[in-house]
Design a protein around this ligand. Structure first.
Ligand code: ADP
Ligand code: UDP
Length: 235
């Protein structure tokens, strides 16, 4: 596999073409941003850890019937993926109240939800990722109704799988964000990454945060927390 042209430089990853027109190379950076880029820092080693954690989750999901863009890990910070036509949505699944939901619902962080919630956000840096409902998505032609139904079903299945995997490692899955895209046959696949950058993980007993909130909230020990998640999952 030959690393080709730089196609896209994102906030946390860089995407390159490869010699295979159906595949891309994703490079995981150490950059961390919050507040739509307002806060920025380098977390040494984050890219290496997130590449490994994402590989772990994509493989575990594949074993349980969830198809994703993951092809193979290609280097410390690099992953080969299927090239997808990305659906411009961020799909957030929540089990416990945290982050933006604390303010919006006026309930304390850590409040369990009676059932998991799915939320949709329009992936647009210019607009600050506004929340959408199913009608906005269909009206804006971001996804077809069958695609949306599939995405919602898969998102809840992923939640069940990840919760169980993490619980066995003494970690609670608070919430997480997914992205999906279409392959050249039009099949909808899970894409992007699954890591402490886009999930909230808390230690079951102490409720210690083991995710990007350590960066967002200046709690320190960011790299150590990411490493702790990798160790618990893979050791
Ligand atoms: P952002 O764009 O939010 O700054 P990243 O730094 O993570 O995010 O950049 C990675 C980009 O690659 C994202 O825009 C994501 O939607 C896109 N992407 C992820 N998986 C694929 C894929 N399989 N095919 C095409 N694009 C992808
Ligand atoms: N999230 C993400 N990217 C975003 C916004 C949110 O990966 O642009 C993840 C975040 O890490 C958390 C979940 O989605 O696991 C819910 O985030 P929330 O809506 O609470 O937003 P926040 O307050 O974290 O910006």
């Amino acid at each position: 596999m030959i690393k080709g042209e730089l196609l896209y430089e994102g906030k946390a990853k860089t995407v390159y073409a490869t010699d295979n027109p159906d595949e891309l190379l994703v490079y995981f950076k150490d950059d961390a941003t919050a507040g739509n880029g307002a806060k920025h820092d380098i977390i040494a080693g984050k890219g290496i850890i997130n590449n490994k954690i994402s590989e772990f989750f994509f493989k575990q999901l594949k074993d349980r019937g969830i198809k994703s863009h993951f092809v193979e890990k290609a280097g410390e910070r690099e992953m080969v993926v299927k090239k997808l036509d990305m659906i411009k949505l961020e799909i957030v699944v929540r089990n416990i109240i945290a982050g933006s939901l604390v303010k919006r619902l006026g309930l304390p962080e850590g409040t369990p939800l009676a059932v998991p919630i799915v939320e949709y956000y329009y992936k647009s840096d210019e607009l600050g990722d506004p929340m959408l409902n199913r009608y906005h998505i269909l009206a804006l032609n971001l996804a077809k109704i069958d695609e949306l139904n599939q995405i919602e079903h898969v998102a809840f299945s992923i939640n069940t799988i990840l919760r169980e995997l993490l619980k066995a490692k003494n970690v609670d899955l608070i919430d997480f964000k997914l992205e999906f895209g279409r392959d050249k046959e039009g099949m909808v696949l899970l894409a992007d990454e699954i890591s402490p950058d886009n999930c909230r993980f808390w230690d079951v007993e102490t409720h210690k945060k083991l995710d990007k909130d350590r960066f967002r909230q200046d709690l320190g020990g960011v790299e150590e927390a990411y490493q702790e998640i990798l160790n618990r999952l893979t050791m």
